[in-house]
Design a protein around this ligand. Structure first.
Ligand code: G3P
Length: 223
């Protein structure tokens, strides 16, 4: 499963990229709004740090504006994936951009039918928002299972990848991985939680305490 970071925060991107964890980045206008400075600089830096796919989102809601913005966004790098909303104009833009070789991520997917239509329009990725479904009492993970089944080679063999978005906690990641989702995009806080375990912390403390005993008896010892 590929791991993308769902942020425009450069510090977080560098931190996890240095650990070799990041296959890509997803951003959206809300995530951009959380960062200081000109988004143009952030987009340029993100696309140069990260070698994998970087989703940058259009803000136009009509077809020609989406195409214009998509082509402008693509100038940040060959790894730019243009993110468009799941609307009729978004799907039309998806078809045009995809047929010109520009990969598209269709976002704000909340039903299996929306995912099916985005795949038919040529999307490289569909982004189902599972946390927002959970928030309104629907089962976000069930949506991932349904899309997975529809896209599978036993059914229609769509090449479109399932990019699980709106992830809120580490169990979402475990469930998505068990279903076989292609990608999860994670807020930095979720990736931080996945890294840690109390037994790892206690275990390391104990190793270091015990090593102090060894050093007390062998003052010149070095590892
Ligand atoms: O990638 C989409 C994601 O950022 C939405 O997350 O937490 O705003 O539902 P959230």
């Amino acid at each position: 499963m590929k791991i993308f970071l769902d942020t425009a925060n450069l510090e977080s991107i560098k931190k996890f990229n240095d650990m070799g964890l990041l296959d890509g980045i997803t951003t959206n206008p809300s995530l951009m709004s959380k960062e200081k400075g000109n988004p143009k600089d952030a987009m340029a830096e993100i696309t140069s740090i990260i070698k994998g796919d970087v989703s940058l989102e259009v803000v136009s809601t009509e077809y020609s504006g989406m195409i214009e913005e998509g082509k402008r966004l693509r100038q940040y790098g060959e790894n730019v994936v243009v993110k468009v909303p799941m609307t009729p104009d978004g799907l039309k833009a998806c078809k045009t951009l995809s047929s010109e070789g520009i990969p598209v991520n269709v976002t704000l997917i909340f039903s299996p039918n929306q995912a099916l239509l985005a795949a038919k329009s040529g999307a490289k990725y569909v982004s189902p928002f599972i946390g927002r479904l959970d928030d309104i009492g629907q089962n976000g993970m069930q949506l991932i299972e349904e899309i997975k089944k529809i896209f599978s080679h036993e059914n229609y063999n769509f090449k479109t990848e399932i990019l699980v978005a709106s992830v809120r906690h580490p169990m979402h990641v475990v469930e998505a991985a068990k279903i076989g989702a292609d990608v999860v995009t994670l807020p930095p806080a979720v990736l931080d939680k996945m890294l840690g375990h109390p037994l790892t912390t206690i275990g390391l403390e104990n190793f270091l305490k015990d090593w102090e005993k060894v050093k007390a008896e062998n003052p010149d010892v070095k590892i």
